[in-house]
Design a protein around this ligand. Structure first.
Ligand SMILES: Cc1ncc(COP(=O)(O)O)c(C=O)c1O
Length: 447
C-alpha cells in the first residue's frame, strides 16, 4: 500500500480547525453567545446589530449550547466525519494514490470530501442532484471537486413506491445517485467512498492517538469543552439525521461510556426516520416497503429519509443506528424554515435549516421542562447541546428566498405559514410562550 496519502492525512489531523479554539462554541443561554475566542476569557459576545448581550429571555432556566461546526476548514459538520471516512478508506486500502474518489452527496459532504481529497492528492467527483444550490456547488468546486449531475433515473426497474411517486422525485433520488457514483468508480478503477453505507465503519477512526484530545468524536469534544468551562454533561444532545452518522456516533459514545445525556433525533415532517427509529418500519427489503407514505419535496436540506427510494437498512442505505436513539421529535417543515429566520432575526445567528430544526426541538424540550411534567428545579437547570451543521448563507436562493418558498412549499401555505410560525417562535424566544400551542398547520409528533 502507498503510505504517502496516510501521512498527508496526518497533516490534516494537526491542521484541522476542529481542534482549534476558534472552532469551538456558541453558548446560547439566557444571556450569552460565546464563540471560541471569547469563551476562554468568559466574555459575552454582543449582538452585532444591537450591541447588547443576546438573550433567550423566554427560557431563563435552560442553557442551549450550540456546537459550531461551521467553523471547520470546509465549513460544515461534515468536515469531522469526512476526515474519519477518508482516514478509514486510506487505512483499508480503498483509496490509493492512483484513485479517483466518487460519492453521492447533497452538498456538504461533497465539499468536505473535495477538501480531504485535495489534502491527500487524489481527484474527487461529486454526484449531485441537478437542483443542488449553486452555493453548495461552489463549496465543492472551490476545493477542486468535480461535479456530475445525472439527469434521469438509471432506467432500471425502480421499486413500486418509486414508480407510484415518480412525479414527486424531482431530485434524482439518492439511490440513483449512489448507483452512478458506484458505477463510475467501478468502471474507472476508482473508489466509491459511500458516505451512507460507510459512516459506521469510519466511526472507529475517530479515535486518534496523538491528537490533543483522545478522540475526535464530536461528543467527546463537547464534553471536554463543557467540563473545562465548569458545566456538567447536558440533559439532551439534539441532532437531525441525514446519513445518521453523526447522531449514531454520538449515541454510541454515550452508550459506551454510560453517560446520562439523552440522545434526541430531530426529524423533518415527511422523513421516514421517525417511524424507522420508533417502530422499526421501512426496512423490509422483500416487501419493497410498498406501504410507505409519499415523500413531499423539498423537505429539509441534508437531513431526513425521503429522496432515497430504497428500504432503510442499517449499513446499506443508512448509518442511523436506531438502538442508540432515546427520543425522536418531528417538526413541520414550515416551522423549521421559520426557525431559520427567527435565528437570524432575533438572535443574529446565520444557521442552515437542519440547525434551525435542531434549535426548534431544543426550544420545544426546554418549554416542556419549564412548564410541564418534565419541569426541573431551580438548582437543576435544563441543558441541551445541538450542532450547528452549516450556515444559512448556503440557502439564500432556497429557504431564505420568499419566492422559492412560495413555490416549493405552496402545499403548506408557503410564506403565509412561515410568517405564522415565525411570529410564534420569535415570541417563544422572547417571552417563553410555547410556540407549539395552536400550531400554524400540522401538529408536532414526539415519541
Ligand atoms: C447541514 C447538515 N445537517 C445535518 C446533516 C446530517 O448529518 P448526518 O449525515 O451525519 O446524519 C447533514 C448531512 O449532510 C448536513 O449537511
Amino acid at each position: 500500500m502507498d503510505h504517502t496519502p496516510l501521512v498527508r492525512i496526518e497533516v490534516c489531523i494537526w491542521t484541522s480547525p476542529v481542534s482549534e479554539p476558534e472552532a469551538i462554541f456558541l453558548l446560547l443561554n439566557n444571556c450569552f453567545l460565546f464563540d471560541g475566542k471569547q469563551i476562554f476569557g468568559n466574555a459575552k459576545i454582543l449582538n452585532s446589530k444591537t450591541k447588547r448581550p443576546l438573550e433567550i429571555a423566554g427560557i431563563p432556566m435552560a442553557d442551549i449550547f450550540v456546537k459550531n461546526e461551521t467553523a471547520t476548514a470546509s465549513g460544515t459538520l461534515k468536515h469531522r466525519f469526512v476526515w474519519a471516512l477518508t482516514m478509514w478508506a486510506v487505512v483499508e486500502g480503498k483509496i490509493t494514490s492512483t484513485s479517483t474518489v466518487y460519492d453521492s452527496t447533497s452538498g456538504n459532504t461533497g465539499a468536505s470530501e473535495a477538501y480531504m481529497c485535495r489534502l491527500i492528492g487524489v481527484p474527487y467527483v461529486a454526484v449531485v442532484a441537478k437542483e443542488l444550490e449553486e452555493e453548495k456547488v461552489r463549496q465543492i468546486t472551490q476545493f477542486g471537486g468535480q461535479i456530475m449531475k445525472p439527469l434521469s433515473a438509471r432506467g432500471e426497474i425502480l421499486g413500486k413506491w418509486a414508480i407510484d411517486h415518480i412525479s414527486e422525485l424531482t431530485k434524482v433520488d439518492v439511490e440513483t445517485r449512489n448507483y452512478w457514483a458506484e458505477r463510475m468508480a467501478a468502471e474507472r478503477g476508482g473508489c466509491f467512498i459511500n458516505q451512507f453505507g460507510n459512516a459506521n465503519a469510519a466511526e472507529d477512526d475517530h479515535e486518534s492517538g496523538n491528537y490533543p484530545l483522545e478522540s475526535t468524536n464530536v461528543f467527546h469534544e463537547i464534553a471536554s469543552q463543557l467540563k473545562s468551562r465548569g458545566f456538567g454533561l447536558p440533559h439532551y444532545f439534539v441532532h437531525s439525521a441525514g446519513t445518521g452518522g453523526t447522531i449514531s456516533s454520538v449515541g454510541k459514545y454515550i452508550t459506551r461510556y454510560a453517560l446520562p445525556t439523552r440522545v434526541l433525533l430531530a426529524d423533518s415532517q415527511h422523513s421516514l426516520y421517525y417511524d424507522y427509529v420508533v417502530y422499526q418500519k421501512y426496512g423490509n427489503l422483500s416487501a419493497g416497503d410498498e406501504g410507505r407514505p409519499g415523500w413531499a419535496p423539498p423537505g429539509i436540506a441534508g437531513i431526513g429519509y425521503g429522496y432515497n427510494t430504497a428500504p432503510i437498512v442499517f449499513r446499506r442505505s443508512t448509518s442511523l443506528l436506531r438502538t442508540v436513539i432515546d427520543e425522536v421529535v418531528r417538526m413541520p417543515d414550515t416551522a423549521t424554515v421559520a426557525a431559520m429566520r427567527s435565528l437570524r432575526g432575533v438572535l443574529d445567528i446565520d444557521a442552515g435549516p437542519s440547525t434551525a430544526l435542531n434549535f426548534l426541538v431544543a426550544l420545544f424540550k426546554a418549554h416542556a421542562h419549564s412548564e410541564g411534567s418534565e419541569a426541573t428545579s431551580e438548582k437543576d437547570r435544563f441543558s441541551v447541546v445541538l450542532i450547528m451543521g452549516d450556515p444559512g448563507r448556503f440557502y439564500q436562493s432556497t429557504y431564505l428566498n420568499d419566492t422559492w418558498v412560495d413555490s416549493k412549499m405552496a402545499r403548506y401555505g408557503g410564506m403565509e405559514a412561515i410568517r405564522c410560525w415565525q411570529a410564534k417562535i420569535d415570541e417563544a424566544i422572547r417571552s417563553g410562550r410555547n410556540f407549539a400551542e395552536n400550531t400554524c398547520d400540522i401538529s408536532i409528533t414526539s415519541s
